[in-house]
Design a protein around this ligand. Structure first.
Ligand code: 13P
Ligand code: ZN
Length: 272
């Protein structure tokens, strides 16, 4: 048996391959992190080496103390995760204080966790708190149509949410919490992590202007599905705008009726 026989590792490889096939991960673009359950950490234990040195996270994530995460590597290509996982991804463990992490499996030959590890762990920390531990996945992808829209629409979460909800009937059911927008920022550090974290308090989808998307979810499947739904809606909007814009659309009252029928709270913040 190898670590790759454990189910969460297989799921991780499947999602990385699916995301690559979607065209969201040119070169080393994008990164994915998964918080292991206690049972998964026990199953992985015999492959884990706790001896490596700690690295500062850049923010404090106290509620992630002693948690393990499967993470993609910095500069590594998402398309290569299924080719050789231990070269391109690894498992990290957060220390007692929630201030440092160490590599305990994989990321061989001097590889490091994704340069967006601070944004990932900050978002994990907020979602773990908000969902009582249910959310385990953060996914960052360079989704083409969503990025394109950040050059055209105002960088306002309410506008993005309403416009994308209108493009596919089930969108408000899939992301009732709407979308947060981070204006263009330098990627890869504590500043963008803090801004992303603030928006993760209220949203499962955060768009980084002119860069990509961050999605949070319970499972790898649900997080992938969320990313896919938002990006498909963005693709429809790009097409609609390219055809001269909307001539008719889903109305605020339609959304209220949808909310009732699907028993989902559709916030009036996004309706008129
Ligand atoms: P990494 O290769 O360090 O994961 O960075 C890719 C990326 O998308 C940065 O935002
Ligand atoms: Zn990126």
């Amino acid at each position: 048996m190898t670590i790759e026989d454990i189910k969460f590792v297989q799921n991780f490889k499947k999602i990385t391959n699916d995301a690559w096939l979607k065209g969201w991960h040119e070169r080393n673009g994008g990164n994915i992190t998964y918080r292991l359950t206690e049972e998964e950490a026990v199953a992985a234990k015999k492959f884990i080496n706790e001896g490596s040195a700690y690295t500062p996270i850049g923010v404090t994530v106290k509620n992630l103390a002693n948690d393990y995460f499967l993470v993609t590597g910095s500069g590594k290509f998402i398309r290569n995760m299924t080719v050789c996982l231990e070269e391109n991804a690894g498992i990290i463990k957060v220390d007692e204080k929630g201030e440092n992490y160490k590599i305990v499996w994989g990321l061989i030959n001097g590889a490091r966790p994704t340069s967006e590890i601070t944004s990932h762990l900050m978002s994990h920390s907020i979602k773990k708190e908000k969902t009582n531990g249910a959310y385990r996945v953060i996914m960052h992808s360079h989704t083409t149509n969503t990025i394109a829209l950040t050059f055209v629409l105002p960088l306002d979460g309410k506008v993005f949410t309403r416009q994308l909800w209108e493009m596919a009937t089930e969108c408000p059911v899939v992301f009732p919490g709407g979308i947060g927008i981070v204006p263009w920022m330098v990627p890869g550090g504590a500043a963008i992590a803090e801004e992303t974290g603030k928006l993760m308090n209220d949203h499962d989808v955060v768009i980084w202007a002119h860069h990509g998307m961050f999605c949070a979810g319970e499972s790898l499947d649900l997080t992938f599905g969320l990313m896919d739904t938002v990006e498909k809606s963005a693709e429809i909007l790009v097409k609609v705008l390219s055809m001269g814009g909307k001539k008719q659309t889903i109305t605020s009252q339609n959304f209220r009726d949808l909310g009732k029928a699907f028993k989902v709270h559709i916030s009036e913040d996004y309706l008129d």
